[in-house]
Ligand binder design. Structure first.
Ligand SMILES: Nc1nc2c(ncn2[C@@H]2O[C@H](COP(=O)(O)OP(=O)(O)O)[C@@H](O)[C@H]2O)c(=O)[nH]1
Ligand SMILES: Nc1ncnc2c1ncn2[C@@H]1O[C@H](COP(=O)(O)OP(=O)(O)O)[C@@H](O)[C@H]1O
Length: 393
């Protein structure tokens, strides 16, 4: 795995505490060097890993959207991830995690057969769990989702999937699906931009990370309409969701609905019916679906769906981060770490002048992570006097 040594050696790295363009974080026998590229033209982070036992450098594949490349400070959170705090951006944009050994990174390392790390942006507060809806073609998933979105337009948002299938007459690109070229979609998948993908009825379908995260970022609960293979992949991912399988009252009724919809050729209908049997079989897989809903009478089924969603353990979008000025430009550096929190110190002004100069970043409620966002961050101002802290300058 060793590659030619980069132009610097770890012993020669000077880490300027006030202006850290490059940070070295020790993880066991490895040193992760996270830094801004020396080349002016490049605006991304360089990440290099030194194996101290063999004295070899590895340049890993870096997945995920990258933080803006600026000064930063970094600290190891646990064996799985490094916290990177960016300076000169808003507090909302300053918290990032470089995942070095999370389940997602381990899986990608296996797939690619080489070293992998992945960025995940930290988001303040807790979000609603996304809802995954699966079921055979023609059972009424789209109809139920459309009703939900119509009744609660500000509460729910649809995850717009990518697909290589052709649009139906009334389907709009970017609204119902992102209709994509297979080669482009395959390339994006290989670059880790998809949460899941599957070959369904002869076409490629997939949920991009952005499709889910952009809905959640708007403060809405994300609805995913995906097949059983996709549901399985999401179950295995870092996305915590609620999984609902919609069943038809009978196979005959399913066939009738598919034909009545009139959007498929006879050949496509036959393919969908064949796949429906397999999907119905798989709906009972232990631990896959949280709820089964029978769509016999549409209104009854819709009422049951609404009951399910309000029964679940929902929290309102959290404002409990206690930071009213998350959009203001921030300049924080990592000061220290305990088991449950990391203290961030403002680079501007004296520590004693105000408690907002010192923030505690709670680590105990983190959820999600690469390939999506890391959520559940809690940031509280710390009163340094009350906590007996002295300014470190
Ligand atoms: N895995 C996966 N399945 C998807 C995705 N988007 C749609 N599907 C599934 O693909 C199947 C076919 O969808 P579509 O072509 O819209 O046909 P319909 O279900 O008959 O309306 C359905 O089971 C959808 O749930 C996706 O992003 N990922
Ligand atoms: N409960 C129901 N009773 C009768 N027809 C239904 C019911 N639910 C949906 N349909 C109809 O069945 C067809 C397939 O529904 P659709 O929402 O497109 O299914 P899916 O998205 O699961 O493929 C549509 O024509 C829809 O109007």
């Amino acid at each position: 795995m060793g590659e030619e040594a980069p132009e610097f050696r770890v012993e020669s790295i000077t880490l300027e505490p006030k202006d850290c363009h490059r940070n070295a974080v020790q993880v066991g026998n490895k040193t992760y060097v996270i830094g801004r590229s020396d080349e002016e033209s490049k605006s991304h982070f360089d990440i290099k890993i030194l194996d101290k036992l063999t004295q070899t450098w590895v340049v890993p594949t870096v997945l995920g959207a990258q933080p803006p490349s600026r000064s930063h400070s970094a600290i190891l959170v646990n064996d799985e991830k490094i916290l990177v705090v960016e300076k000169g951006v808003s507090l909302n944009d300053s918290i990032w995690f470089l995942e070095i050994d999370t389940p997602f990174v381990k899986q990608q390392r296996k797939i690619k057969g080489s070293e992998v790390v992945s960025w995940s942006k930290g988001v303040l507060g807790v979000a609603h769990k996304p809802v995954v809806i699966s079921g055979p073609s023609g059972v009424g998933k789209g109809t139920l989702i459309a009703k939900l979105m119509k009744e609660y337009p500000s509460k729910f948002g649809f995850s717009v999937s990518h697909t290589t299938r052709s649009p139906r007459v009334k389907e709009i690109d970017g609204v119902h699906y992102h209709f994509a070229e297979r080669s482009k979609m395959e390339q994006d998948i290989s670059e880790g931009k998809f949460l899941e993908f599957a070959h369904v009825h002869g076409n490629l379908y997939g949920t991009s990370i952005e499709a889910v995260e952009s809905v959640t970022d708007e403060g809405k609960r994300c609805i995913l309409d995906i097949d059983v293979q996709g549901a399985r992949s999401v179950r295995a991912s870092s996305l915590e969701a609620i999984f609902i399988f919609v069943c038809p009252p009978s196979f005959e009724e399913l066939e009738q609905r598919l034909r009545a919809r009139g959007t498929e050729t006879e050949e496509q209908i036959q393919k969908r019916l064949k796949n429906a049997r397999a999907e119905l079989d798989q709906s009972n897989s232990p631990g896959l679906f949280d709820h089964l809903l029978v769509n016999d009478d549409l209104e009854t089924c819709y009422e049951n769906l609404k009951k399910l969603l309000s029964l679940d353990d929902e929290h309102e979008d959290s404002e409990d981060c206690c930071m009213k000025d998350g959009k203001a430009t921030a300049c924080y550096s990592i000061l220290s770490k305990t088991e449950s929190e990391i203290l961030l110190q403002s680079d501007i002004g004296e520590l004693e002048k105000g408690s907002a100069n010192l923030l505690a970043l709670g680590l105990s409620s983190l959820t999600g992570g690469a390939p999506g966002r890391t959520r559940g961050l809690k940031i509280q101002p710390v009163n340094p006097i009350a906590n007996g802290l002295k300014a470190i300058r």
